[in-house]
Design a binder for this molecule. Structure first.
Ligand code: G3H
Length: 483
């Protein structure tokens, strides 16, 4: 029986069904963003250990791909159950490691179990197809194509820090149910949460080597993994710069990238302002705006801008700010560097003449929710993704102007449109360059079976349960030539 914990706070990596210490003899400290202390250490593994993990994954995948869907389903259901059993323990780690409130962290674990179960159910109802040759020349009438979906092999799953369990499982579950093995590289900040999730998977009795968790320094194993000849598909969620770098390195293997965003909330003059403000506040400030889908700018018609800003300000004053242990919505950012960046966006906007409505207060890496009015296109905060609790308001004179500013962004993840006129909403939908438009709701990824798509700098390919399963399989065609 292998065990994970070396001492109170050093976590091993997981390879071929065992928890191991790295031959490197080195570990990486994981510092809590709000406790300002090291809460654990993870292994800094070597390139040779990456090779071993990939080797074991391939060995295991062959047998796994041969098992029936029903058989695979049993393991995944068990994993979902184990996650629910461990929800308090995992939520506590998520809170300490990435500074998410306990309630949100617990929701993340439960959402993950639901995600896994739905993935199984979706896969059980996905089938290939058959096609007749019909009347194409060359005796096509006698041909029948059988189109099956087959696994790709070994999937490299790289989730971000902000959903260290949910966005990891959102890659692992579709990969596994469709017959792939997985190399799971967690974000360094988030690695302990990922390890805990794999402890639940380990308890579920999956075949050895099918899932391996590799922790280590990006500078040592990052590019090495991405360029590894044994990797057959990469699913990455994270920053646009890293995603772009990864795409250049990966070469000719299938990639799904979910990257950054600069999601606008477009508020038309006919909008229910109270309702729009509620969605904008939740969209912009939940988990301090550390969500790719956070509302990151408001494009409001000038006729209702004063009123909207007044309501937004009032709502911001109600947001609990402080420690995730107290259930705060606005919590310290993941590290000081991130807080410095958010502060630089605020400073730049104020220097260029934006109006500070509230905020611009900082304690270490805790940035108070900040609302900036009269933001103009020459300010960095109009374009850059803060991944923090700052909301710029840009006043516009028409839908066309809002659409132009929305489309001028390098990103294209989601857009919210607030209006009572469904025809006007659809007129905007038709012109906006984005993966998803939310009408009268905040920008967000879920429900998890909806397609989730980023265009332009926001990504490549699609996620969402069915889309993820499809992205981790390929079509294989057998042609029957009847006599
Ligand atoms: O940070 C990126 C996530 O995909 C956002 O997910 O909309 O459920 O918070 P969410």
């Amino acid at each position: 029986m292998t065990t994970n914990v070396l001492n109170l706070s050093t976590y091993n990596f997981y390879i071929n069904g065992e928890w191991k210490e790295s031959q490197s003899g080195q570990t990486i400290n994981i510092k809590s963003p709000y406790l300002n202390e090291v809460i654990g250490k993870v292994q800094a593994i070597t390139k040779e250990e990456v090779d071993e993990a990939v080797h074991f994954a391939h060995e295991s995948q062959k047998g796994w791909a041969d098992t029936s869907l029903q058989e695979r389903a049993k393991f995944l259901y068990k994993w979902a159950d184990e996650l629910v059993n461990m929800q308090n323990e995992i939520a506590e780690i998520i809170m300490k490691e990435v500074g998410k409130s306990l309630k949100d962290a617990r929701n993340e674990v439960v959402r993950t179990a639901d995600f896994i179960r739905y993935t199984v159910e979706e896969a059980l109802h996905m089938h290939g197809e058959s096609m007749k040759g019909d009347s194409f020349p060359g005796g096509s009438k006698s041909k029948i194509a059988i189109v099956e979906h087959v696994p790709l092999g070994v999937v490299l799953a790289i989730p971000p820090f902000n959903y260290p369990v949910n966005l990891a499982a959102a890659k692992l579950a579709p990969a596994l149910i469709s017959g792939n093995a997985v190399i799971f590289k967690p974000a360094t900040q988030g690695a302990i949460s990922g390890i805990k999730m794999i402890e639940a998977l380990h308890k579920s009795g999956f075949p050895k080597g099918l899932v391996n968790i590799v922790t280590g320094r990006g500078s040592v194993i990052g590019d090495y993994l991405v360029e590894h000849k044994g990797i057959n598909m990469i699913s990455f969620t994270g920053g646009t710069n890293t995603g772009t770098h990864l795409a250049k390195k990966a070469g000719m293997i299938p990639l799904v990238l979910e990257l950054g965003g600069k999601d606008p909330g477009i508020v038309r003059e006919d909008a229910d302002l109270q309702d729009a403000a509620k969605h904008i506040i939740s969209g912009a400030f939940s988990y301090s705006g550390q969500r790719c889908t956070a509302i990151k700018r408001v494009l409001v018609h000038e006729k209702v801008a004063d009123r909207l800003v007044e309501i937004l300000n009032k709502e911001i004053q109600k947001l609990p700010v402080g420690s995730p242990e107290d259930g705060s919505t606005v919590v310290p950012l993941i590290d000081n560097e991130s807080a410095d960046f958010v502060q630089s966006l605020i400073d730049d906007a104020l220097e260029k003449g934006a109006t500070l409505i509230t905020g611009n207060k900082r304690e270490r890496n805790l940035i108070y929710p900040t609302l900036l009015d009269h933001v103009t296109k020459d300010m960095n905060v109009a374009w850059e993704e803060p991944f923090g609790p700052v909301l710029p308001v840009i006043r516009v004179t028409s839908d066309e102007e809002a659409i132009n500013i929305a489309n001028a962004s390098e990103f294209g993840l989601q857009v919210s449109v607030f209006t009572k006129d469904i025809n006007k909403a659809f007129a905007i939908v038709n012109k906006i360059e984005t993966g998803t438009v939310q009408i009268n709701g905040r920008t967000e990824r879920g429900p998890d079976h909806f397609p989730f798509i980023g265009v332009k700098g926001s990504g490549m390919g699609a996620q969402g349960i069915r889309k993820s399963i499809e992205s981790m399989t390929r079509e294989k065609v057998t042609v029957l030539n009847l006599q």
